[in-house]
Design a binder for this molecule. Structure first.
Ligand code: 5AD
Length: 497
C-alpha cells in the first residue's frame, strides 16, 4: 500500500485542506507514512500570501529532488495557493514536481496519482469549482475524532480587492456553504466529543446562506451593503447545537462587523470573549491605498461597540508595515491605533509584493531595513500590551478548555512552564498551562483554574479546589471511550480580581 506524507505551510484554511487531503488519500487506500523519509508520495500544501512563504516551497522542492532520486517511483505533489497561482508553470520550473493540485481539486488527487502510476505525464489541475462549489468534510481520523477543537469551513474565496492580497487570485470568488450542512457537520463533531468549533473562511463574516434558509438576525439592516447573514448563522448554530462550548471564527473583515454581529456577541454565551479582527494599518491614507474600505475611525467605532457590548472582550489583529508609500507619520498612526485599541495579540508582516495584486502598480518604496525596524517597533508595542494584560490576570479565575498534554503539543517550553502537564485556552484565547493535575484526565474538559503566574505569551494556572474535586469524580475515558458522553466540569463564569 503506498504511503503518503503531507507538509503544511500557511494559514488555518491550509491546515484544514490538509486534513481533507489525508481523508481523500486514506479512502483511496493510501496509508500515512511515519515521516517524509518513509513516504512514497509527498504532498507540500503551500502558502503564497507573502513571498517568503513561496520561497519556502522552492527550497523544499530543491531538497526533494535528492529524495526522489533515491527511488524512481517517488512522487512530489504541490497543493495549496502556490499550486493555484502557478499551475503548469511549476511543472516546467521544477522538474521534481509530478502533480500540481489546486484547493478546489483535492478530490481529484487520487485519480491524478493513479494516472501517474500508470505512466502518465506530470499534471496540473487548478480549476475553481465555480458552478457547483464543493465543501469537503473530512471524516474523523483516529487523531481528529473527538478532538477538543475542530475547524468547519463555511465559505471560501474572497470578493474583497485589498490591493496587497493574492488570495482572491489563489482562492477565487466567494462561495458559501449551505447553513444546514454547516450545522449538521458541527452537530456531528460535537456528538463525537468536540467542544470548540472555529468557523473558517477568507472573509468569514461576509457569509450568506446560498439557499436563503436563515431568518434575518436581530439588529440586521435591510439596506446596509455591509450586512451579511453571518450573525444569523451564529444564532442558528447556537440554537441547534446546544452542546457546543465555544464558537470561534477566523478571519473576519471589519466591514462586516455590523450591529447585528455585535448584538450576537452580546447575546450568545457560546461566543468567547475574543475576536481576531485584521486592521492592516492605522493610517487612513494607507488604508485607502490598501483598498480596505473602512477608515481608522470606523474600525475604532466598530470594535468599540463590540467591546462595550461584551465587557472584557479582547481583540487581536494583523498589521502590514512598509506598504508602498507608508511614511513615518503613517506608521506612527499605526502604533497609536495599536495603543488606542489595546490589541492583546498581533501578527505583523513586512509588505511583500505579490503577483496579480493591484499594489504591484505602486513602487515597493519602503527600504527593507526600514520595514524591519518598523516591525520590531510594532512587536515591542504589542508585547508590552500583552505582558500587561497577562500579568493583570494573575490571581483571577478563568475557564480553560483543555486541548492536550503539554508534552504532546510541544507547548509548555516557555520559561517558567516547568511542571505543567495540561494546556488549553481561556475563553479569550490566552494559552494556559495547568500545573499539578497530571493524574487527572482533563482532555476536552472546560475547567476552572486560578492564574498563578504570567509567562511572556501564556499563563501558568492551577485547578481550583472545586474543579479538582469534580475532576476526581469524572469517569476516566480511554482513547475515545466516553467522549460523546462527556460533560463539563462545574464551572463558574465569574472572573475575579
Ligand atoms: N505582504 C505582507 N503581508 C500580507 N498579508 C497579506 N498579503 C500580504 C502581503 N502582500 C498579511 C495580512 C493578512 C495576513 C493573513 O497576511 O496582514 O491579514
Amino acid at each position: 500500500m503506498p504511503r503518503y506524507s503531507i507538509t503544511t505551510f500557511g494559514c488555518q484554511m491550509n491546515v484544514h485542506d490538509s486534513e481533507r487531503m489525508h481523508d481523500v488519500l486514506r479512502r483511496a487506500g493510501y496509508t500515512e507514512a511515519g515521516g517524509p523519509e518513509e513516504a512514497d508520495v509527498l504532498v507540500l500544501n503551500t502558502c503564497s500570501v507573502r513571498e517568503k512563504a513561496e520561497q519556502k516551497l522552492r527550497s523544499e522542492v530543491g531538497r526533494l529532488a535528492r529524495w526522489k532520486r533515491e527511488r524512481a517511483d517517488r512522487v512530489v505533489v504541490v497543493a495549496g495557493c502556490v499550486a493555484q497561482q502557478e499551475g503548469e508553470r511549476l511543472l516546467k520550473q521544477m522538474r521534481a514536481i509530478d502533480v500540481v493540485v489546486g484547493p478546489d481539486n483535492i478530490p481529484e488527487l487520487p485519480g491524478l496519482l493513479g494516472d501517474l502510476a500508470l505512466g502518465g505525464l506530470p499534471v496540473a489541475r487548478t480549476v475553481f469549482d465555480l458552478d457547483a462549489p464543493r465543501f469537503l468534510v473530512a471524516s474523523p481520523s483516529p487523531s481528529t475524532r473527538g478532538a477538543p477543537t475542530a475547524f468547519v469551513t463555511i465559505m471560501k474565496g474572497c470578493d474583497e480587492r485589498c490591493s496587497f492580497c493574492i488570495v482572491p487570485y489563489t482562492r477565487g470568488p466567494e462561495r458559501y456553504r449551505a447553513s444546514d450542512e454547516i450545522v449538521a457537520e458541527i452537530a456531528a463533531l460535537v456528538a463525537a466529543g468536540t467542544r470548540e468549533i472555529t468557523l473558517l473562511g477568507q472573509t468569514v463574516n461576509s457569509y450568506r446562506d446560498p439557499l436563503g434558509a436563515l431568518p434575518r438576525a436581530p439588529g440586521a439592516s435591510a439596506d446596509d451593503p455591509d450586512e451579511s447573514e453571518f450573525a444569523a448563522l451564529l444564532r442558528r448554530i447556537a440554537a441547534d447545537v446546544p452542546g457546543l462550548a465555544r464558537l470561534r471564527y477566523t478571519s473576519p473583515h471589519p466591514r462586516h462587523l455590523t450591529p447585528s454581529l455585535v448584538l450576537a456577541h452580546a447575546e450568545l454565551a457560546v461566543l468567547p470573549r475574543h475576536v481576531h479582527m485584521p486592521v492592516q494599518s492605522g493610517s487612513d491614507r494607507v488604508l485607502r491605498r490598501m483598498i480596505r474600505r473602512y477608515t481608522r475611525a470606523e474600525y475604532v467605532a466598530r470594535t468599540r461597540a463590540l467591546v462595550e457590548a461584551v465587557p472584557g472582550l479582547t481583540l487581536s489583529t494583523d498589521i502590514i508595515v512598509g506598504f508602498p508609500g507608508e511614511t513615518e507619520d503613517d506608521f506612527a498612526a499605526t502604533l497609536s491605533l495599536v495603543r488606542e485599541v489595546g490589541f492583546k495579540g498581533l501578527f505583523g508582516f513586512k509588505y511583500s509584493r505579490r503577483p496579480h495584486t493591484p499594489a504591484l502598480k505602486l513602487p515597493d518604496d519602503v527600504a527593507e531595513d526600514v520595514k524591519g525596524a518598523r516591525l520590531a517597533r510594532l512587536f515591542e508595542e504589542s508585547e508590552a500590551l500583552l505582558a500587561a494584560h497577562l500579568s493583570g490576570l494573575v490571581g483571577t479565575t478563568q475557564e480553560v478548555l483543555v486541548e492536550g498534554r503539554d508534552k504532546e503539543r510541544g507547548a509548555g517550553r516557555e520559561r517558567g512552564a516547568g511542571g505543567a502537564l495540561w494546556s488549553g485556552r481561556t475563553g479569550r484565547h490566552e494559552i494556559a498551562h495547568i500545573e499539578g493535575a497530571g493524574e487527572l484526565d482533563l482532555l476536552g474538559e472546560v475547567v476552572e483554574v486560578s492564574i498563578a503566574r504570567a509567562n511572556k505569551h501564556s499563563l501558568q494556572a492551577e485547578l481550583t479546589e472545586a474543579a479538582r474535586a469534580a475532576a476526581r469524580q469524572q469517569p476516566r475515558g480511554g482513547a475515545d471511550a466516553g467522549r460523546p458522553a462527556r460533560r463539563s466540569l462545574p464551572v463558574v463564569a465569574a472572573e475575579g480580581g
